[in-house]
Design a protein around this ligand. Structure first.
Ligand SMILES: Nc1ncnc2c1ncn2[C@@H]1O[C@H](COP(=O)(O)OP(=O)(O)O)[C@@H](O)[C@H]1O
Ligand SMILES: [Mg+2]
Length: 118
């Protein structure tokens, strides 16, 4: 259970899942995993991982900036919106390489118990 604006967090997940699916377009193995686990300090950590080619080094340092895209038709707004929404919820969002190839995006949000116990 988490304490969120569900439309906004849905938007974050849609953006991350769409990126994952797009990244795997030419991959022989296309595996998308979405998971939620305790993130410590009353947080919940959500992860979206794929078996795509990983983050292009050209863009890694600008990943969450607006208009940063490696796609021909890309707006480069998805991750910027994700970060704005997650940070407005008091969480953070980051990425790391997936062991075995691909990318894992993770973000934290407050668990629903946090308010009660605070
Ligand atoms: N799952 C992913 N695997 C590899 N690269 C990714 C992934 N998600 C995002 N990226 C990289 O981050 C860039 C920015 O993503 P985003 O802000 O959603 O904009 P867009 O999808 O319009 O390009 C993408 O162009 C791509 O280079
Ligand atoms: Mg996108």
């Amino acid at each position: 259970m988490v304490l969120v604006d569900r439309i906004q967090i849905q938007q974050v997940l849609v953006n991350l899942i769409r990126n994952a699916v797009e990244a795997m377009a030419d991959s022989p193995v296309r595996e998308l995993t979405v998971a939620a686990r305790p993130g410590g300090k009353g947080l919940v950590r959500i992860s979206v991982s794929d078996t795509g080619p990983g983050i292009d080094r050209q863009i890694a340092s600008r990943l969450f900036q607006a208009f940063a895209s490696t796609k021909e038709q890309g707006m480069g707004l998805g991750l910027s919106i994700c970060r704005t929404i997650v940070e407005a919820h008091g969480g953070r969002i980051w990425t790391e390489p997936r062991p075995g190839g691909g990318t894992i995006f993770q973000f934290t949000i407050m668990g629903a118990d946090t308010e009660e116990t605070a």
